[in-house]
Design a protein around this ligand. Structure first.
Ligand code: C2E
Ligand code: CA
Ligand code: CA
Length: 580
């Protein structure tokens, strides 16, 4: 859960608590207006009571003084509203004025020798009683609100501020643009303490450490202004303010780290706990709540990886790249495990738009269902050593589909598979390949293996041997991304390739750069001299097709005639080609 989510949850909680009482921050103007009306009705009362005026209504004479009762009720209603909505101030004004009202009623009774008005005193007393009940009830609600509010921002076990409170402080500091640092702290091996010694001891360990850290923060012994919070489990965060330089910041951090330098004594057990620490500074390294916590957390996780006790690391940008790689690595592993790696088939055509075949391109979706580019995940799979598995899944699935389609349509076309050279040179590769061909009904001469030029030249000798074996089986060999490596002519002459794929970067520049056009033309001639066909990759425009035709290119692959397709779309292309 992100800090922002926590913050909005806290706002909702605060709003709910506020809504529990009547007094939801009523406007000050309302208090002034209500108090004025209240006082006005108080002062109008004697005039009304003693008024000699009367009105005539359908022949009945009604004395103005008889409206005094109505005014008195309105007066009491104002008192109730004041108490209900304006807490202490409203209650005080109402009660004082009501009490002042009593002698006024009594003096009236005496002056007019009319005991009938004495009931006003009782009405006033009952109103005061009502106000007291409302007031006491409001106070009770406020007390609960305070308690709940405190619970909402406090960690129950340790009494430290919790995740909500920490995020709110950080958000507030960002708004005020005050510099600060956040240190993420995570205890090492805390679950072992819980598992071996029980939750009670685990809880006491947390409480003991928290109280020591809290003491440092409360007593301001570090010289900086510190705020220590428990984010949950064995996760803590320290917000450090008012440090003048890096030295002061490090002093403070080390003071908190030193707490774990000693054994804790809990129920006669001596327990040594260590932690991992990562920190980040605002505003120089992170600018919003989410990145502040995620970056300091990242640095903490990196510190944990080293296995060194009480290790501390400052966040740096490389940690983000690492994280991205780790995330992608996990996505690839998950896709392999769940068998969700699939492929697209990009058609290749000759210059008359006749289908030559398809290149199978690996596809993986992330957790949210978005495509991850092979440009990103293939290099990671290569680096982390599971490219063979990716290649094989793509090969197996595409071969099964294409093999069936070839048998079904009677159409003779090629399936091109990308195989990493590292994979190609593995002992088992040939056996794996034969197995797949056996179960897929794909004739070997319909299979083409693409090998990237730049990687291949690193281990020419060994690669030659493997490629020789493939050729012997009737499999075609394409040199991928041709032009980007540094192949020497002599090695090219000896290389048993059947196709050269000219890299998209040269095709892109061909129409506005004469030397690029010459370069592509030379590759094509070179290929033809060696008896190898040439395919242009990434062809996007009709102009490029025209140029390629003029300089003698054999095949094209590109968005202009076909993007990578799903099975169903590829089948339609094949059926169309077989009917043509
Ligand atoms: P590649 O083998 O050079 O494949 C061609 C790439 O160019 C594909 O990108 C394709 O979608 C893209 N492309 C084709 N025509 C056009 C065009 O007209 N315009 C543009 N802008 N792009 C075009 P994709 O699918 O992203 O693949 C990237 C690379 O990942 C591939 O380059 C290949 O080196 C590697 N790769 C893909 N699948 C596999 C696989 O199963 N195994 C291995 N080892 N590598 C793979
Ligand atoms: Ca390729
Ligand atoms: Ca390529």
């Amino acid at each position: 859960m992100t800090m922002n989510n926590n913050n909005s949850e806290k706002r909702i909680l605060e709003k709910t608590l506020e809504n529990l009482s009547f007094a939801k921050n009523p406007p000050k103007l309302g208090l002034v207006l209500l108090a004025m009306l209240y006082l006005a009705s108080y002062f109008a009362m004697p005039f009304l009571v003693n008024s000699p005026f009367a009105v005539d209504y359908n022949g009945t004479t009604i004395g103005i003084d008889s409206f005094a009762g109505v005014l008195s009720s309105i007066f009491n209603v104002f008192a109730i509203f004041l108490t209900l909505y304006y807490g202490d101030v409203g209650f005080s004004i109402s009660v004082v004025v009501l009490i002042l009202n009593i002698p006024m009623i009594i003096s009236n009774v005496m002056r007019n020798h009319n005991l009938g008005n004495i009931s006003g005193v009782f009405t006033t007393l009952v109103t005061i009683l009502t106000l007291i009940v409302i007031y006491v009830n409001n106070k009770r609600i406020e007390k609960y609100q305070d308690k709940l509010m405190k619970q909402a921002v406090t960690d129950i076990l340790t009494g430290l501020p919790n995740r909500f409170a920490c995020a709110e402080l950080v958000e507030d500091l960002i708004k005020k643009n005050q510099p600060f640092a956040v240190l993420s702290i995570n205890l090492n091996g805390f679950s072992d303490i819980n598992d071996t010694m029980g939750f009670d001891i685990g809880n006491e360990v947390l409480m003991e450490i928290s109280s020591k850290w809290k003491l440092i923060a409360d007593m301001e012994v570090s010289g900086t202004l510190d705020f220590i919070a428990r984010l949950g489990g064995d996760e803590f965060a320290l917000v450090i303010r008012k440090y003048k330089n890096e030295k002061e910041l490090m002093n403070t951090i080390n003071m908190y780290r030193d707490v774990l330098g000693y054994k804790l004594l809990i129920h006669d057990y001596e327990i040594q706990v260590s932690a991992s620490y990562g920190f980040v500074e605002f505003p120089s390294e992170a600018k919003d709540v989410d990145s502040i916590f995620s970056f300091s957390n990242r640095a903490m996780l990196k510190a944990k990886e080293s296995k060194e006790e009480n290790n501390l690391l400052r966040f740096n940008e490389e940690m983000l790249i690492d994280r991205h790689i780790t995330e992608l690595e996990n996505e690839i592993k998950a896709a392999l495990q769940n068998n969700t790696i699939y492929y697209s088939l990009q058609p290749q055509f000759d210059m008359n738009h006749k289908l030559r075949g398809f290149e199978a391109l690996a596809r993986i979706k992330d957790k949210r269902g978005n495509n991850i580019s092979p440009g990103e995940f293939i290099p990671i799979a290569e680096k982390k050593g599971f490219i063979d598995k990716v290649d094989l899944v793509v090969f197996k699935k595409a071969a099964k589909f294409v093999g069936k389609l070839i048998q079904e349509s009677g159409c003779d076309f090629t399936l091109s598979i990308n195989i990493s050279v590292k994979h190609l040179m593995k002992k088992h590769f040939l056996d794996e390949l034969k197995d797949i061909l056996d179960v897929s009904d794909l004739p070997p001469h319909n299979l083409e293996i693409e090998i990237t030029e730049s990687i291949m030249i690193e281990s020419v000798e060994k690669a030659f041997k493997c490629i020789g074996d493939l050729k012997a089986m009737g499999i075609q060999i394409a040199i991928d991304d041709f032009g980007t490596g540094y192949s020497s002519l002599s090695y090219l002459f000896n290389f048993p390739a059947t196709l050269l794929k000219v890299d998209k970067s040269f095709i892109d520049k061909m129409d506005d750069n004469a030397s690029s056009r010459k370069y592509v033309e030379t590759i094509i001639s070179l290929g033809h001299i060696m008896g190898i066909d040439v395919l242009a990759e990434g062809v996007e425009t009709e102009d490029q097709i025209e140029t390629l035709r003029a300089i003698g290119c054999d095949y094209i692959q590109g968005y202009v005639w076909g993007k990578p397709l799903k099975d169903k779309e590829a089948r339609e292309v094949v059926l169309e080609a077989s009917n043509a």
